[in-house]
Design a binder for this molecule. Structure first.
Ligand code: NDP
Ligand code: GDR
Length: 355
């Protein structure tokens, strides 16, 4: 039976990946941080009582900022595969916590690689590093592929740039199976509430149900290549099953503006929006309400721009080139954007209908 160790197991991707690996027969170990309140909401359904025989899902307390703890856990688990998903993953917050972000997202990656090297596991343990389309930052060329130059635009992306290159360096220097998945944005009903898609689907649900009046957003013009997290964790696993250690872009190849994601989410509950104005004056107004369950007066303003959500430096356009992952990995996503929006809206409508 293969053993996998996942950092960031309590996050969106960690939860889906753990489910996938358990279904494939792995013994799954996860590193979770100590918190004052229980933070395992996304994985409670797969948690197993440690007192049972043959437990296949085991959590360890730990933190990517603590080398000795990482070494101890890797030594105890002796994993065949490590998925390094743990990170301070919010781009806007990284401007407020740049040093911590560098420690966890940059040096944290080094700590994982060094643990494997120091423990003599370089032949046994394969390492997946959660790299990101944020590395491309200021647009150099589109669509962005494995060979497009990087130009990071946030402390998060700069820290991840270190994580990317230290992974490549350990692969080349020590002949390790250490690889980067350069994943474009992926979302789901489990997405953190402050990322833009989930913020939108939660607010639209609350507005439709009469629990909130307005959604405040930042840059509506940003363009993102959005996929479903369930498809993307499948790609992570495939990347580690290859004979040759290589880096891969995982993306849909289609880009959409934040403004259009907002419209799609409102459309799911029969509400049609139109946007007027530009920049901070921009407003989303209801122009039709085609579902009598959700009574919203025509002309009411339900979306407004609040400059507090603007970033000091923004990534304007992301559109990935999935050619290599499609041809080499045979990876093909099951969800397109309308199916993703529907999944998220269905889930949030259910959540808020029960409140
Ligand atoms: P989440 O923010 O949902 O999850 C991040 C996870 O990292 C959580 O389990 C969190 O723990 C954990 N974590 C945070 N800080 C530390 C730390 N100091 N030590 C150990 N663990 C820590 O992110 P996603 O699941 O969306 O993303 C997974 C990874 O993929 C991240 O590295 C992210 O940067 C990267 N990525 C994500 C993309 C996306 O679109 N989702 C795209 C490309 C890359 P806790 O629950 O306690 O906060
Ligand atoms: P991103 O995701 O920065 O791409 O990073 P996020 O959803 O935070 O932002 C996407 C775009 O939407 C714009 N935006 C807003 N964003 C947020 N969070 N809140 C708002 O109110 C808002 N209004 C507009 C942003 O400016 C941006 O252009 C995500 C994270 O998961 C990273 O960890 C990961 O590496 C990348 O995706 C790929």
């Amino acid at each position: 039976m293969k053993k996998a160790l996942i950092t960031g197991i309590t996050g969106q991707d960690g939860a889906y990946l753990a489910e996938l690996l358990l279904a494939k027969g792995y013994e799954v170990h996860g590193i979770k941080r100590r918190s004052s309140l229980i933070n395992t909401g996304r994985i409670d359904h797969i948690y197993e009582d440690l007192h049972k025989l043959g437990v296949k899902f085991i959590l360890h307390y730990g933190d990517l900022s603590d080398s000795t703890n990482i070494i101890r856990i890797v030594q105890e688990v002796q994993p065949d595969e490590i998925y390094n998903l743990g990170a301070m993953s919010h781009v806007k917050v990284s401007f407020d916590e740049p040093e911590y972000t560098a420690q966890v997202d940059g040096i944290g990656t080094l700590r994982i690689l060094e643990a494997v090297r120091l423990l003599g596991l370089t032949e046994k343990t394969k390492i997946y590093q959660a790299s990101t389309s944020e590395l491309y930052g200021l647009v150099q060329a589109v669509p962005q592929s494995e060979t497009t130059p990087f130009y990071p635009r946030s402390p998060y992306a700069v820290a991840k740039l270190y994580g990317y290159w230290i992974t490549v360096n350990y692969r080349e220097a020590y002949n390790m199976f250490a690889v980067n998945g350069i994943l474009f944005n992926h979302e789901s009903p489990l997405r953190g509430e402050t990322f833009v898609t989930r913020k939108i689907t939660r607010a639209v649900s609350q507005i439709a149900l009469g629990q909130e009046q307005k959604l405040f957003l930042g840059n509506l013009d940003a363009q993102r290549d959005w996929g479903h997290a369930k498809d993307y964790v499948e790609a992570m696993w495939l990347i580690l099953q290859q004979d040759k250690p290589e880096d891969f872009v995982i993306a849909t190849g289609i880009t959409t503006r934040v403004r259009d994601f907002v419209k799609m989410a409102f459309n799911e509950v029969g509400i049609e929006l139109s946007f007027e104005g530009e920049g901070v004056d921009e407003k989303g107004k209801v122009v039709a309400c085609n579902d009598e369950r959700y009574q919203l007066p025509i002309g009411s303003v339900v979306v407004e721009v609040d400059p507090k959500y603007f970033r000091p430096t923004e990534v304007d356009l992301l559109i990935g080139d999935p050619t290599k992952s499609q041809t080499v990995l045979g990876w093909k996503p099951k969800y397109d954007l309308p199916a993703l929006v529907k999944d998220m809206m269905d889930s949030d409508m259910k959540l808020f209908s029960n409140k």
